[in-house]
Design a protein around this ligand. Sequence first.
Ligand code: FAD
Length: 531
Amino acid sequence: RSVVYWMRMADLRGEVRDNRALARASEKAVQDNVPLIVLFVIVPQDYVAHDRSARRIDFTLRNLRSLKERLKELHIPLVVQTCPKRNNVPLFVTEFCEKHGAKALFANHEYEVDELRRDIKVIQGALPKAMQFSLFHDKCVVEPGVVKTKQDKHYTVFSPYYKNWVATLNRDIQRFLEEAPLPQPNPEHILQSQQFSPLFAVEIPPGLDGFELDEEHSSRMQRIWPEGEKIAAKILEHFLTTKAQASRLGAVHPFDSDAEKTDTHSRAAKYHNERDRTDRDTTSRLSLYLSSGVLSTRECIRAILRFNKATKLDTGNSSGGVRWAQEIAWRDFYTNIMTTFPRVSMGRPYQEKFADVVWEAHQDNNGSEANVDSDILKRWKDGMTGVPIVDAAMRCLNHMGWMHNRARMITAMYLTKDLMIDWRVGERYFMENLIDGDLANNNGGWQWCASTGVDPCPYFRIFNPYSQSTKADPTGDYIRHWVPELAKVNGPEIHNPSTTTANKLGYPLPIIPHNEARARALRRFKNPGES
Ligand code: FAD
């Protein structure tokens, strides 16, 4: 007999604290005096279908390896197995439970449509009647469906959602932030039994076919994005408390000894003023740890409260990381939107009126890119558009698998409005390359920029990439770092090099003049269906 905790790709946590399903599974195992087994199922078909990046798969495997070691100290086996066909997952998990005599299966919710359908299949069909499957809300601070209007409707605009989110959280802060206990060790003698000891020997594959990284790429990812809960906790603490100006752009992590200069305030303390700057290390860079569940969002809020010596989130105080909590709320908001309007995660625009906007290049119903002028799309992907801020951001993504939020907005707006390329094409490219790819956040961000989402940027508010560049990168350091052709350009020209300078330095000329592109976008959004 046993209890099984089914760990999913977004809850790679168990070492430090706060994994709800794991904690409850452990309690149940202790109560029934049976061992706890942790199961992780690799489903390559899912990763292909969901455009998972090789970087994210690599990060997942690295975390599983470190978790396996930690759980072994508690005599808890972490068994990583591969189920080649995604439709077989419910049966695969059920058979695993049956084989190990599990009467109880625990997991945290995954809110994406395919994953919800899979869990329903487990409940309705696969599991034998005598077996109990318990699911927990773990991804968000305030779980989806809780923050609603007075009329019991879901919010589709962020500001009122956020106001109510803070009020809801503050009203019952103990419950929302309650820390899930660490798993209890399995009794040693049980695991020495013939049935369980082989589970410790199951190896985690070194990599997955189709998702390999070459050696240089893999060590770069390890250097920029080290795995593990302790690291994530350290990054969080550093963001909130340390006055050291963080890393050199994109080279190392904030707490690394390479920190260049010191400042009088931590990044969290300056976040409300500086968060839109790409030329400084102004944000936490925790998105990867949050989207893979290595760090819990609840812990982020707890840390802000600890830092401010507060018992509630005081939104009147914009410094001290409280403004940062608003970003965590955006994350809850987009997950809430995805669960409420699942069509957004199935390639549909939230604003159906924009479903017929004519794109220069779009994604057809099979998900392949149709009508794409491959050269133009390739230039965006490669960071060769001739618009320095766009190129810097895209090269940053290609190098480190991450981009600053403002840079994501500028590049997404440029693709959808200046190049008039379907947001779904960009959404996919981001997922395939981001290490922090998260369906709800990525879709929310892309639909915001394409003006098709909930609470979007209105279609007539088209970013001018050059003026965005002067605000996001006032020193030009971000561009100079990522676009070495322009490293010697000083002054305002860095944002929009003249034809002479560009030709001299071997930098491309812009694909299309911004004013011309803007007029085309306005025309097409005003009259969907017409070109
Ligand atoms: P911080 O500024 O330190 O924010 C803290 C945390 O809050 C982030 O780690 C993230 O979890 C959350 N957050 C911040 N901004 C947002 C936002 N606008 N929406 C939702 N959550 C937010 N975020 C992802 O995690 N995965 C994605 O795949 C993703 N794709 C995006 C695509 C586009 C086009 C846009 C415009 C935004 C996208 N975002 C995505 C949101 C945001 O850009 C990143 O979360 C942020 O840049 C991560 O850096 P950070 O951890 O330093 O953020």
